[in-house]
Write a new protein. Structure first.
Length: 105
Protein backbone atom coordinates (compact mmCIF):
# COMPACT_ATOMS: atom_id res chain seq x y z
CA UNK A 1 0.00 0.00 0.00
CA UNK A 2 1.24 3.47 -0.83
CA UNK A 3 1.61 6.15 1.78
CA UNK A 4 -0.02 9.50 0.95
CA UNK A 5 2.50 12.28 1.48
CA UNK A 6 0.45 15.29 0.42
CA UNK A 7 -1.57 17.18 2.95
CA UNK A 8 -5.32 17.39 2.54
CA UNK A 9 -5.70 20.59 4.50
CA UNK A 10 -5.59 23.88 2.61
CA UNK A 11 -3.42 26.37 4.50
CA UNK A 12 -5.34 29.43 5.66
CA UNK A 13 -4.08 32.97 6.01
CA UNK A 14 -3.79 34.03 9.67
CA UNK A 15 -7.00 36.09 9.74
CA UNK A 16 -9.00 33.22 8.26
CA UNK A 17 -7.38 30.77 10.68
CA UNK A 18 -8.63 32.90 13.58
CA UNK A 19 -12.03 33.15 11.95
CA UNK A 20 -12.22 29.38 11.51
CA UNK A 21 -11.64 28.89 15.24
CA UNK A 22 -14.65 31.11 15.86
CA UNK A 23 -16.91 29.05 13.61
CA UNK A 24 -17.41 26.58 16.42
CA UNK A 25 -19.29 29.21 18.39
CA UNK A 26 -21.11 30.96 15.59
CA UNK A 27 -21.19 30.94 11.81
CA UNK A 28 -22.12 34.60 11.90
CA UNK A 29 -18.98 35.35 13.88
CA UNK A 30 -16.94 33.49 11.27
CA UNK A 31 -18.50 35.52 8.44
CA UNK A 32 -17.95 38.77 10.33
CA UNK A 33 -14.30 38.02 11.12
CA UNK A 34 -13.52 36.83 7.59
CA UNK A 35 -15.39 39.77 6.07
CA UNK A 36 -13.62 42.36 8.20
CA UNK A 37 -10.27 40.75 7.34
CA UNK A 38 -11.07 40.84 3.64
CA UNK A 39 -12.26 44.46 3.87
CA UNK A 40 -9.07 45.51 5.67
CA UNK A 41 -6.98 43.81 2.98
CA UNK A 42 -8.94 45.63 0.25
CA UNK A 43 -8.38 48.96 2.04
CA UNK A 44 -4.62 48.30 2.14
CA UNK A 45 -4.68 47.59 -1.59
CA UNK A 46 -6.56 50.86 -2.20
CA UNK A 47 -3.94 52.78 -0.20
CA UNK A 48 -1.17 51.15 -2.23
CA UNK A 49 -2.84 52.17 -5.49
CA UNK A 50 -3.22 55.78 -4.33
CA UNK A 51 0.02 56.29 -2.37
CA UNK A 52 2.25 53.47 -3.60
CA UNK A 53 3.92 50.82 -1.51
CA UNK A 54 5.06 51.83 1.99
CA UNK A 55 8.24 53.94 1.86
CA UNK A 56 8.16 54.11 -1.94
CA UNK A 57 8.83 57.20 -4.03
CA UNK A 58 7.15 56.00 -7.21
CA UNK A 59 5.64 58.24 -9.85
CA UNK A 60 1.87 58.61 -10.11
CA UNK A 61 1.17 58.93 -6.40
CA UNK A 62 -1.55 61.41 -5.47
CA UNK A 63 -0.67 61.51 -1.78
CA UNK A 64 1.19 59.87 1.06
CA UNK A 65 0.29 57.47 3.84
CA UNK A 66 -0.82 59.03 7.09
CA UNK A 67 -0.98 56.11 9.52
CA UNK A 68 -3.97 53.97 10.47
CA UNK A 69 -7.30 54.76 12.04
CA UNK A 70 -10.34 52.87 13.24
CA UNK A 71 -13.66 53.30 11.51
CA UNK A 72 -17.08 51.75 12.03
CA UNK A 73 -19.43 50.22 9.49
CA UNK A 74 -22.91 48.81 9.94
CA UNK A 75 -23.45 45.07 10.32
CA UNK A 76 -26.75 43.39 11.27
CA UNK A 77 -28.13 46.45 12.99
CA UNK A 78 -24.89 47.13 14.89
CA UNK A 79 -21.54 48.66 14.12
CA UNK A 80 -18.19 46.89 13.82
CA UNK A 81 -14.70 48.37 13.99
CA UNK A 82 -12.46 48.21 10.93
CA UNK A 83 -8.81 49.31 10.86
CA UNK A 84 -8.07 51.30 7.74
CA UNK A 85 -5.07 53.16 6.35
CA UNK A 86 -5.19 56.91 5.93
CA UNK A 87 -3.90 58.71 2.86
CA UNK A 88 -3.45 62.48 2.61
CA UNK A 89 -3.05 64.48 -0.57
CA UNK A 90 -0.02 66.71 -1.00
CA UNK A 91 -2.34 69.66 -0.29
CA UNK A 92 -3.17 68.18 3.15
CA UNK A 93 -6.67 66.87 2.39
CA UNK A 94 -7.85 63.37 3.32
CA UNK A 95 -8.04 61.08 0.26
CA UNK A 96 -11.13 58.85 0.29
CA UNK A 97 -10.43 55.18 -0.40
CA UNK A 98 -13.00 53.69 -2.82
CA UNK A 99 -13.52 50.54 -0.74
CA UNK A 100 -14.18 52.56 2.41
CA UNK A 101 -16.69 54.79 0.63
CA UNK A 102 -18.51 51.72 -0.69
CA UNK A 103 -18.48 49.97 2.70
CA UNK A 104 -20.01 52.99 4.41
CA UNK A 105 -22.76 53.22 1.81
Amino acid sequence: MRKITTGTRIPLVPSLEAAWQGVKSSFECFCLTAGVGALEQMLCEDAEQVAGAPHSRSEGRVGHRWGLTKGKIGFHGGRVTVHRPRVRSYEGQEVQLPTWTAAQA
